[in-house]
Design a protein around this ligand. Sequence first.
Ligand code: GRF
Length: 214
Amino acid sequence: MPGKSVVILISGSGSNLQAIIDASKTDASINIVGVLSNRADAYGLQRATDAQIPTAVIDHTLYSDRLSFDQAMMAQIDAWNPDLVVLAGFMRILTSEFVSHYEGRLINIHPSLLPKFKGTQTHARALEAGESEHGCTVHYVTEELDAGAPIIQAATPIVAADTVESLIDKVHKLEHQIYPLAVSWICSERLKSRDDGIALDDELLGPSGFRFIG
Ligand code: GRF
């Protein structure tokens, strides 16, 4: 089976991008055809260039409104003709026009065990709430923020010594394991979005997606 074309959107360091690049080196189903950043100084652009992946920068500050920025991104992304669009630390709110254009082939990683802690500051909020565990979720993107169907989740216990920094670090390590896995499942067509839910190898996943045990 030929590889699927994947476009990855970033705004910063791109450590999740790096994890997917690394996976693509041994998984022929993942063909990263472009990396797009809204910031010219995003370190992830260097990671892509080092891996000989085409890059583009579309600076959101040069656009007067969200829709014209999203339209410029859509023109660039569509020129790469992707089967899958991966948000990997992309820090802009997307318009409904953008989301509906890519719906069903647009995924994100969120640093919480969704549906808990949608939005920002998830690690601090999990600590403050006295949660016994925290983690991350790869999910399809829909118009409602962080509310699309989960594909895979990974959790880590919260211990007394944990701080925001230690939790960020622990969750990041899990992100680097589950994001490439989710991308691989989609690109190899093991994961399918069906009318009755999301199925992996023809088995329906539960409402939180696959539970990853590291
Ligand atoms: C990750 O923590 C991810 O959960 C969030 O943005 C961060 C991106 O980090 N959506 P990196 O750029 O992949 O290192």
